[in-house]
Design a protein. Structure first.
Length: 221
């Protein structure tokens, strides 16, 4: 299944130029391992090179150029670096972890030090650095509603297993949702399968509603 929701072109170009921060690069590299379309865009950006790379307007790239690049996906070694390997590594029976993310995990997904955020919701940090976005995994039980919340900064969520739905759409493996301080939402995990997401967060979550405010001491990354 191909991803339906992608990171912004600005993030892909920044990643290709090497100027993207490490937390965001972890998520982008993991998404690229699951999304041939975005790998094609990054390949085009890498091909431009030099100072021009930050000035690319991807809307000006011709369809024929993109098609030609995507046709090269049968030969990934020509343009896909080690950070964007497409091979999935089976970590346990529940989820297959792409190589870029696997390098940051200390062990199998189920054995990580999960912290309780609320009923059916757990979180574990995998990369923390002062004054940098936080990176972690979010684990949501099938059919569970995450407490309604907003954000004090930007947040990117990449689905690794299962799926969820919120007011902005339906997100499945490989999909990326970008949120800013204007979005208030309540993701609901799909029934029948645990949802595991890679989350890169700036600032703090802002729970809303009575139940969410009760959980506020716990509901933070």
């Amino acid at each position: 299944m191909n991803a339906s929701h992608h990171p912004g072109d600005d993030l892909l170009v920044s990643y290709a130029s090497g100027s993207l921060d490490e937390p965001s690069s972890i998520l982008i590299a993991t998404h690229l391992s699951l999304c041939p379309v975005c790998r094609g865009v990054v390949a085009l950006a890498e091909g431009v090179g030099g100072e021009l790379i930050e000035q690319i307007d991807l809307s000006d790239i011709g369809t024929s150029d993109l098609d030609a690049c995507l046709a090269r996906l049968d030969e990934p070694e020509e343009f896909v670096g080690a950070a964007v390997e497409t091979i999935d590594e089976a970590v346990d029976d529940a989820i297959s972890i792409p190589r870029p993310l696997k390098d940051y995990l200390p062990g199998e997904v189920k054995s990580l030090p999960w912290r309780w955020l609320g009923p059916g919701v757990q979180y574990t940090a995998i990369h923390t650095e002062a004054k940098a976005p936080k990176v972690g995994l979010l684990r949501i039980a099938p059919g569970t509603k995450v407490p309604m919340h907003g954000h004090t900064g930007n947040e990117m969520t990449l689905v690794l297993a299962g799926g969820y739905i919120d007011a902005t759409g339906n997100f499945q493996r490989g999909d990326v949702e970008s949120a800013d301080d204007g979005l208030v939402h309540q993701p609901v995990a799909d029934a029948g399968e645990e949802c595991i997401c890679l989350v890169v967060t700036e600032g703090e979550l802002q729970p809303t509603g009575i139940i969410a405010k009760v959980l506020q001491p716990f509901f933070r990354f």
